[in-house]
Design a binder for this molecule. Structure first.
Ligand SMILES: *[C@@H]1O[C@H](CO)[C@@H](O)[C@H](O)[C@H]1NC(C)=O
Ligand SMILES: *[C@@H]1O[C@H](CO)[C@@H](O)[C@H](O)[C@H]1NC(C)=O
Ligand SMILES: *[C@@H]1O[C@H](CO)[C@@H](O)[C@H](O)[C@H]1NC(C)=O
Ligand SMILES: *[C@@H]1O[C@H](CO)[C@@H](O)[C@H](O)[C@H]1NC(C)=O
Ligand SMILES: *[C@@H]1O[C@H](CO)[C@@H](O)[C@H](O)[C@H]1NC(C)=O
Length: 418
């Protein structure tokens, strides 16, 4: 074997190692920081594919940064107390600038950065008025942009139309200019959690133009109503920790592809009975609201979280008005602690929801002197020997966890959505 081809193999091996590390880091971030209550389908961001230009490897690298000789399309400048962005060489595709003290995004740093696909600017001090206008427009290959944990007051614009994932959580964004997002036809994931957005900013914004959008996160903002005009491609909608008190009748009919809906920590007192009758819904979280009544449970739903509401009766007639022996409902888990239940759900539920594995009743909000207290904190269905075999490994690992945290990491639950 010639020296050249041996070198090529070494290159390939190293390239793959670097790439895997990068992926692992990426997932960790999402599991630890953003939402560790759920193991699930939200926040799984797929990685960007990089073209490795073997023939024309440039070793140019900003002096403040590190470009791995084996993977020279990446430039690592993170955790370096940088106050300004270095000049970005034109062959760089991945740029890591997280955890610095950068305040500004000047045009000249990006003048030649046309190959950039993935840029991480999170955990800096970037301010909206210090972003040069047009700084992103040349980045016509940019697919993923991390800007979380900065000091942005508005969504930057214009952004390149190639963008697929934009993460803007933990800023102070109170303005969403309509031109900022409307042209982004390839967007699949938009994260705006933990900002200062209110209803007025979403009015008149045609998010429905993002015809490929699969996930939008608007948690911990100041919304009082449901966002208007979401695209019907949407699969994951996160609205928890706002002040939403009302879901319009038929609101979700425009979102037939929803798989997961999170609306915990809002002000819902009631929801339209059929609101969640969607063909693909798997996860529904309405915990920490003020609901008094249960609602229709769609056939596909697997996980229902309605803890910390004001529900007095789990009325199975409402949840399951009819039963179809050939087409069972898929519900496996209900979390219903911190309500006002005095009795467990009727056993009829197990005909209607034959896949139920556990119901977490926990503590109920019943005055201590009241006599009718619910005594079963966790209901767990006895499994048939076949089911037991199927799940054995899983239970050995997770059983204790389940009771402690009162939730179910269900193996039926597909954690990946791409
Ligand atoms: C982006 O920065 C965050 C820190 O905010 C880090 O945890 C993550 O690994 C980075 N993502 C990528 C793709 O490098
Ligand atoms: C951009 O690239 C051109 C041509 O390679 C070079 O002359 C110029 O100095 C570069 N600009 C910056 C800001 O590095
Ligand atoms: C959107 O994505 C498609 C498929 O990856 C690509 O061909 C197209 O160029 C992208 N559009 C823009 C504006 O980048
Ligand atoms: C809810 O949002 C507020 C800010 O709007 C934030 O301070 C708080 O930590 C959030 N709570 C949860 C449970 O995320
Ligand atoms: C359950 O709801 C049905 C339909 O609204 C009602 O007729 C019935 O009385 C309710 N059952 C209980 C136990 O509240």
């Amino acid at each position: 074997m010639g020296i050249l081809s041996q070198l090529l193999i070494i290159f390939l091996l190293f390239g793959i190692t670097v790439f895997c590390q990068y992926e692992a880091d990426f997932e960790d971030e999402y599991e630890n920081e953003i939402d560790n209550e759920y193991p699930s389908i939200f926040h799984h961001i797929p990685s960007v594919e990089y073209v490795f230009p073997y023939s024309t490897i440039s070793t140019e690298c900003a002096k403040e940064c590190f470009c791995p000789p084996t993977y020279p399309v990446a430039m690592y400048c993170d955790h370096r107390k940088l106050q300004t962005i270095p000049i970005i060489p034109s062959h760089i595709q991945q740029l890591y600038l997280q955890y610095n003290d950068i305040e500004a995004l000047p045009l000249e740093s990006f003048a030649n950065a046309t190959a950039l696909k993935d840029m991480n600017l999170s955990h800096n001090k970037i301010k909206s008025h210090m972003i040069d206008s047009g700084v992103f427009t040349k980045l016509s290959n940019l697919v993923q942009l991390h800007l979380e944990y900065n000091q942005l007051e508005e969504v930057p614009s214009p952004l390149p139309r190639s963008l697929e994932r934009l993460i803007l959580g933990f800023n102070q964004i109170s303005r969403l200019p309509s031109q900022a997002v409307e042209g982004l036809v390839n967007m699949t994931m938009l994260d705006l959690c933990n900002n200062y957005l209110d209803d007025s900013q979403l009015k008149g914004i045609h998010l429905s133009n993002m015809g490929n959008l699969m996930q939008i996160n608007l948690c911990s903002n100041r919304l009082q109503s449901m966002p208007p005009e979401l695209p019907d491609s949407l699969m994951y909608l996160s609205l928890e920790n706002n002040s939403i008190s009302f879901i319009p009748y038929n609101y979700f009919q425009k979102l037939p592809n929803l798989i997961a809906l999170r609306m915990s920590y809002n002000n819902l007192e009631e929801v339209p009975y059929n609101a969640f009758n969607l063909p693909h819904l798997i996860e529904l979280n309405l915990g920490h609201n003020k609901l008094k009544q249960v609602f229709y449970i769609p056939r596909t739903l697997q996980h229902l979280y309605i803890e910390d509401n004001d529900i007095e009766v789990m009325n199975i007639t409402l949840m399951c008005p009819s039963m179809d022996a050939l087409n069972f409902r898929h519900l496996t888990y209900i979390r219903v602690d911190q309500n006002k239940l005095t009795a467990p759900i009727s056993t009829y539920a197990f005909f209607c929801f034959p896949h139920i594995r556990s119901i977490y009743y926990g503590e109920q909000k019943i005055p201590a002197n009241q006599q009718t207290r619910l005594r079963t904190p966790v209901f767990r269905r006895y499994l048939t020997p076949e089911e037991f075999d199927e799940m054995e490994d899983d239970y050995q690992e997770q059983d204790q966890d389940h009771s402690l945290r009162g939730r179910d990491e269900d193996d039926d639950f597909d954690p990946y959505f791409y």
